[in-house]
Design a protein around this ligand. Structure first.
Ligand code: ADP
Ligand code: MG
Length: 693
């Protein structure tokens, strides 16, 4: 079927081929697209007052006759006109388009003006919205009612696709709203008091009152979430049903051995999560699980236990870390814990020697159980696993979806466990990761001391130094972190190097170390090893220490230029301390005046250690598109819903979607056919949608 080049919109009176083309380029091709092109805001201009009733700063509508009009020159050219309604006089002025308006309005004509009233030698309105009342019986389109304002682009403005234009069109095509058929079950409309489809669309474009907008808005917001959740949950269901996976039958011999050998008890949260993972791994369908837990909550141990289940059943398992340092740390950790067990554990990173690598590859190409710890660099090359059973991805937020997919391509049947210490607000987890099951470790291992976080500026440097000196004298260790400026590795290194000089002069009696991204993997490792062993007292570092490294004796972290860090990064960094039994301090040192957003970031850091709360604020400050990138999620954008503002609706819609699918997983029932069509249409939308700025 060839696509009709002419959109159906061009035949609507007042649109025509040229504007239809512009709309089409903006993703508005069909009548339905047009009806779903919603106003970005509303202003209540329904209050019509006489001029003697006016007060400054009100948003009102006034009707009256034009008494004088003309051009005036005061800095710029202005058009003004004076209106009377028999109760007083009002002046309207335009600072732009003076000539256009001069010709448009005639003395003696009746007009309605809407806008904000100011008082300047009499009542004024600047750039009011207007309706000319000359033609008898003409309805008020732009005044005297709740006014809709539509999104706009440069191109829209140039071609007069203004709010005026859209208001007129939507009033004119009022019969067309009937073409949209309801696809919601009545029960859902009733349950949440949502407007039926036709009514909702009509009201959103032709509102009568502000209060009347609510059921209409709620309907479309619910619809956005509802359709999206139906897509996600249906996909997940199909995936579970059709995908052949591995059933890890054996309970896990080494797993129970490790469990007994651990010098501590698992936390209740760890136990719960392990039960969830074991149940998933036992099933013949592939596991798709997201594990969230704050820094230090003990995710790595959970990952190891899951890997042991795979190995106990004769499979290979792999854990992928975002940096070499972290991969190395996992590797040494695993080696230490498994030293008495007969399980091969290997490290595979960019710096692995060719010979070691070949040896490992040979082993992996046979059916030998094996645990591989690596970085993503490794998996970009050809590593062939003969029987890969489990893939664990650590610090999920640092990997793109494509990397995840590529890794899964190594064996589509393998179970997948993705872990993140950047807690994903529940709302996001339900959307971006809606097709994953989630587990949460919401409890820290016992005995951790809360970290005290303080905000300081550069004038307080002497007292900061004094404090650091005291902690060092107590035998405790200190991190000093400098920001990583990506464009300029040199400056970055320089500031860290200067910091190193400064602290070396300040504390000659202590050993100061320097760690930065330009050291080789081996050198980094050497520095970290010394710090962990207590041979370095104060470590000056760039953000390379952000993830993983565990030094329980480090009790102070000074973050220089804290205003330059993102919120989740600050939280990650802070997670490097407070890992032992001693009290810890995080000092956020800022320089100069802060932007509002930077200030808010620092404030929330001083208020809470709760990673979920921090993630919520981060999401709010950054906006969700930036937080995870909608494109990365591969999901259609919403038409009205805002994931932060409307999160309560997301929960409701998800539940509704779950209930519908529980009774009809494939949406095969007769009464769900319209709904199924709507879901499919929504799923296709993201392929062609373009967002208006
Ligand atoms: P995460 O990966 O979530 O940041 P880790 O797994 O690295 O956290 O755990 C942080 C530290 O806590 C490690 O030293 C680990 O051995 C220890 N740990 C993990 N679970 C427990 C527990 N249940 N009790 C005590 N210590 C634990
Ligand atoms: Mg970790």
């Amino acid at each position: 079927m060839t696509e009709n080049l002419n959109s159906e919109l061009q035949f609507i009176k007042g649109i025509g081929p040229k504007r239809a083309q512009i709309l089409k380029n903006a993703g508005i091709k069909t009548l339905q697209d047009l009806l779903y092109f919603f106003p970005r805001k509303y202003i209540d201009r329904s209050q019509i007052l006489t001029i003697d009733q006016l007060l400054p700063d009100q948003e009102v509508t006034v009707l009256g006759e034009i008494k004088h009009q003309g051009l005036r020159y005061a800095r710029t050219r202005q058009f003004y006109m004076v209106l009377s309604d028999g109760h007083g006089y009002l002046e309207a002025i335009w600072f732009q388009g003076a000539d256009y308006f001069k010709d448009r309005f005639k003395v003696g004509e009746w007009v309605a003006l809407s806008g904000k009233v100011t008082f300047f030698r009499g009542f004024q309105m600047a750039h009011p919205d207007y309706d000319r009342l000359g033609e008898e019986g003409e309805e008020l389109v732009n005044t005297g009612k709740v006014l809709a304002f539509y999104p706009s682009t440069e191109l829209f403005r140039k071609n007069h696709l203004t709010s005026y234009f859209f208001r007129r069109i939507f009033q004119q095509i009022r019969d067309s709203f009937e073409t949209q058929t309801e696809f919601y079950p009545q029960s859902i409309l009733k349950k949440h008091k949502l407007a039926p489809l036709t009514e909702a669309l009509y009201t959103l474009h032709n509102p009568q009152t502000m209060a009347g907008l609510d059921p209409a808005r709620n309907r479309i917001i619910h619809e956005d979430f509802f359709l999206q959740q139906l897509i996600l949950l249906r996909t997940r269901h199909l995936h579970h049903q059709n995908q052949q996976g591995i059933a890890f039958e054996k309970p896990g011999f080494t797993l129970s051995r490790l469990y007994n050998d651990l010098p501590f008890q698992l936390t209740e949260a760890q136990k719960r999560v392990m039960r969830e993972i074991r149940a998933d791994m036992k099933k013949p369908s592939p596991m798709n699980r997201l594990l969230q837990g704050d820094v230090g909550s003990g995710k790595t141990l959970v990952a190891l236990m899951a890997l042991l289940i795979a190995v106990d059943n004769g499979y290979q398992g792999v854990i992928m870390a975002p940096t070499e340092i972290l991969a190395e740390q996992h590797f040494y950790n695993f080696q230490r814990l498994l030293q008495d067990y007969d399980i091969p554990v290997s490290l595979l990173t960019g710096s692995t020697k060719a010979q070691t690598r070949e040896f490992l590859m040979a082993d992996l190409s046979r059916e030998n159980p094996h645990i591989v710890v690596g970085t993503h660099a490794v998996f970009e090359n050809a590593v062939h696993f003969k029987n890969l059973g489990l893939v664990v991805i650590d610090e999920q937020h640092r990997f793109g979806v494509s990397q995840r997919t590529r890794l899964m391509g190594k064996n589509a049947q393998a179970d997948l466990l993705v872990m993140t210490a950047t807690p994903i607000p529940r709302t996001l987890a339900l959307t971006v990761y809606g097709s994953l099951d989630t587990s949460i470790i919401d409890e820290m291992p016992p005995g951790r001391q809360p970290i005290v976080t303080a905000w300081r500026n550069e004038t307080q440097e002497p007292s900061i130094n004094k404090f650091i000196g005291e902690r060092l004298a107590q035998g405790e260790q200190v991190f000093v972190v400098f920001p990583l400026v990506e464009e300029s590795e040199k400056i970055d290194l320089q500031s860290a190097a200067e910091g190193f000089e400064r602290f070396s002069r300040l504390f000659p009696q202590f050993r100061i170390g320097l760690l930065h991204g330009r050291l080789s993997g081996f050198e980094k490792d050497e520095v970290m090893r010394k710090f962990a062993a207590g041979e370095i007292n104060l470590l000056v570092a760039t953000t390379v220490i952000e993830v993983g490294v565990d030094v329980p004796n480090a009790t102070v972290m000074l973050i220089e230029h804290a205003e330059r860090f993102g919120l989740s990064q600050l939280h990650q960094l802070r997670g490097r301390i407070g890992r032992g039994k001693k009290k810890s301090w995080c000092i956020l040192k800022t320089v100069g005046e802060l932007t509002d957003i930077a200030r808010r970031r620092i404030e929330i850091m001083t208020e809470t250690n709760d990673g979920f709360k921090i993630a919520e604020v981060d999401l709010e400050l950054r906006g969700w598109g930036d937080f995870f990138g909608t494109r990365q999620s591969g999901l259609p954008e919403f038409r009205m819903a805002n994931i932060i503002r409307d999160r309560a609706w997301l929960e409701k819609a998800r539940q509704d979607a779950g209930e519908i699918l529980a009774g009809d997983p494939g949406l095969e029932k007769e009464e769900h056919q319209a709904l199924k069509n709507a879901v499919n249409l929504f799923a296709r939308r993201h392929l062609r949608q373009k967002r208006l700025s």
